[in-house]
Design a protein around this ligand. Sequence first.
Ligand SMILES: O=c1nc2n(C[C@H](O)[C@H](O)[C@H](O)CO)c3cc(O)ccc3cc-2c(=O)[nH]1
Ligand SMILES: C[C@H]1O[C@@H](n2cnc3c(N)ncnc32)[C@H](O)[C@@H]1O
Ligand code: SF4
Length: 335
Amino acid sequence: MRFSNSRTVTYSPAYTIVPTYECFNRCTYCNFRTDIGKSSMLSLSAAKDIFKRLQNKNICEILILSGEVHPHSSRRKEWFNRIYDLCELALSMGFLPHTNAGILSFEEMQKLKKFNVSMGLMLEQLTPNLLQTVHKHAPSKLPELRLQQLEWAGELKIPFTTGLLLGIGETEQDWWDTLAAISQVHQKYKNIQEVILQPHSPGSQQSFDFPPFNPHKLPQVIAQARQILPADITIQIPPNLVKDKQWLLACIEAGARDLGGISPKDEVNPDYPHIQEKELRKILQPAGWDLVARLPVYPQFDEWLMGDLEVNLKKWRKSLDLITNISSAPASNDN
Ligand SMILES: O=c1nc2n(C[C@H](O)[C@H](O)[C@H](O)CO)c3cc(O)ccc3cc-2c(=O)[nH]1
Ligand SMILES: C[C@H]1O[C@@H](n2cnc3c(N)ncnc32)[C@H](O)[C@@H]1O
Ligand code: SF4
């Protein structure tokens, strides 16, 4: 067993698949979506080819990240069934699926629970003011709807990842209010595993003409979030959106302990390539931080998972120490 010290930062070796880029919402900061009818659905055979390539590469998480079909559209069922089938396929091929497909009905969530070790949805910000601006044409970003997803995940005992999108026109008070709401859900259901503090990062596709969230502010936000959130919720920051090494370290010193899924491409922010794990290690190690792989579900939730989820999970928990030891060896040698 590898000794994990208190100066440990985690990441999830992940691959993102996109069932569809089509989305009926038009969040003005989005660099991901395409208009209705402009994107096809990822086929099961294409997904199978991807998963085959990924096998034995020490990638545990498949992040299923999708644009959304309107809940009343005649195509909603087809859309949902494809996501469901993609999750089932990923699980059957040995991976640990984590789905963020936007707003789901209670029944849809209940069905996906069977094939996902955890699920995710960013709250963004709870203030209704954004419905006049960046979310004017994004019905899925209704704050009550999003908060309800966290509650439903709690009722269904689905380990959940959520977070805030920072710098989209909200106030500082809005951050604390959104974090307090997350804490409240967690107090009731104990189902929130991590909170992502995601700095808005402009990309080439978006219409929202607004500067990036000032990375120098992030450590302060993290420190305050650490005060508001219960200790068993991990704070995640995306390292590719905090470019400066010093500020990345400052974020960690302030209380962030996870760097999210590290995959070949950041589908949400394609203009900001991921820093790969070896490179991250070079930044962290001199400051005394150990980088360790984790699974897309935190250990305190293992008992919520059953059937094939439990089988895959046990397999991955066993091989995790091995992955960490192998991947940390070269970095410590070639420094
Ligand atoms: O595990 C998760 N990771 C989420 N991540 C992190 C993700 O694991 C990686 O940073 C990459 O996006 C993977 O390609 C997000 C990253 C973003 O830039 C924006 C949103 C998300 C949302 C999630 C999520 O719901 N669950
Ligand atoms: C999947 C998640 O990606 C985040 N997201 C969407 N667009 C951007 C952007 N330009 N910069 C940073 N994060 C973004 C939102 O928080 C969304 O919920
Ligand atoms: S951020 Fe999500 S909901 Fe908003 S437009 Fe993009 S894909 Fe759709």
